[in-house]
Ligand binder design. Structure first.
Ligand SMILES: Nc1ncnc2c1ncn2[C@@H]1O[C@H](COP(=O)(O)OP(=O)(O)OP(=O)(O)O)[C@@H](O)[C@H]1O
Ligand SMILES: [Mg+2]
Length: 318
């Protein structure tokens, strides 16, 4: 695959709309597509560029999607802190932000710059907190709302996998947008995922969405590596009292019901939120804190699940 450059699509200017200030070597998304205004005339469907079924990424041992059925439960927070915990434990880790609709990983990892392109026309991941990082957000300006057409999304996901110099990695953690949509489908069509992690909050309404997430991966033939319960409790910094704000053990009970591993509970904590906002995830900024220890437990449990499975083919598909 090659990068599409400005003008490559050979559409007349009036059809492609105004250009964005995204990465100059990356696909340029047209103004009408990103502003949400519909083009007046729909371009006739183009023949699909022939693409291989799978990108194999043989130098990456585990390719793991972080998903949830519901938005705002802390996928990106978990993905960043888990990635750093795995790196702290000695792993070589990449983090791919595949959330086309709200890429938040660059902010959470404190990255503003654009990735460079190698002489071989491959994107060089940015490195931060010892993690190799690429985001779909590098392809379009942050402030513009994104409305992605299926084929465009699909090729962007493929580009993030096959046109990036990931190098040798133990883990590639892939942060997905919420829900059961196109990105997960594109991802599973592009690479053989080792499995998916489902992030949830403990209350019943969130757990209904976990079921939907599990069902989607089941349909896609992707094993569930485990469930992570986020915002599980609030630990009072003054008296150390534990308050279960969103009820108790919902994620744990659901994992038992589905017969999948429960990887751990992450406390609801202002420091976790602030750390994401300032671009220094808690595990990077305060590795000794109880919150970071909770992420460390999740990382350890994940390693155990992966080691016990031995071979990715042996992981149970629900
Ligand atoms: N354990 C936590 N304690 C405190 N704040 C948290 C915690 N986990 C996440 N947050 C905060 O909640 C908000 C949503 O988190 P995050 O962006 O990680 O969720 P998400 O599931 O990725 O959202 P989306 O579905 O929009 O992608 C962020 O402001 C984040 O800092
Ligand atoms: Mg997110």
């Amino acid at each position: 695959m090659r990068f599409l450059k400005k003008g490559d699509d050979k559409k007349p200017k009036s059809e492609s709309g105004s250009e964005t200030k995204g990465h100059p070597d990356l696909k340029v998304i047209s103004g009408s597509q990103i502003s949400g205004k519909q083009p007046q005339r729909q371009a006739p469907p183009q023949p699909q560029q022939q693409q291989p079924q799978n990108i194999t990424l043989p130098n990456i041992k585990y390719k793991i999607a972080v998903a949830s059925g519901k938005g705002g439960v802390g996928k990106s927070t978990v993905a960043t802190n888990l990635a750093i915990s795995l790196a702290n434990a000695g792993g070589a880790v990449g983090l791919m932000d595949a959330d086309a609709y709200g890429p938040s990983i660059p902010t959470m990892m404190g990255i503003q710059e654009q990735p460079k392109v190698s002489p071989e026309r491959k994107l060089i991941p940015l490195v931060r907190h010892n993690i190799k990082l690429m985001s779909i957000g590098f392809m379009v300006p942050e402030e513009q709302a994104m409305i992605w057409r299926g084929p465009m999304l699909h090729s962007s996901i493929r580009q993030l996998l096959s046109d990036v110099e990931w190098g040798e990695l133990d883990y590639l953690i892939i942060d997905l947008p919420p829900g059961t949509g196109d990105v997960a489908l594109s991802l599973t069509q592009a690479i053989p995922l080792t499995g998916a992690l489902i992030v949830t909050t403990p209350q019943d309404v969130a757990l209904a969405d976990v079921r939907r997430g599990v069902a989607m991966f089941e349909r896609l033939g992707v094993p569930i590596l485990g469930i992570i319960e986020n915002m599980s409790y609030f630990l009072c910094p003054h008296c150390n009292e534990k308050t279960e704000i969103f009820r108790k053990d919902g994620g744990k009970n659901t994992s038992e019901r589905f017969g999948v591993a429960f990887l751990g509970q992450i406390p609801l904590d202002a420091e976790v939120c602030t750390a994401g906002d300032i671009g220094v995830p808690i595990v990077a900024g305060h590795p000794e804190s109880p919150q970071s220890e909770a992420f460390g437990v999740v990382a350890q449990e994940l390693e155990t699940v992966l080691e016990e499975s031995g071979d990715e083919d042996e992981l149970t598909i629900l």
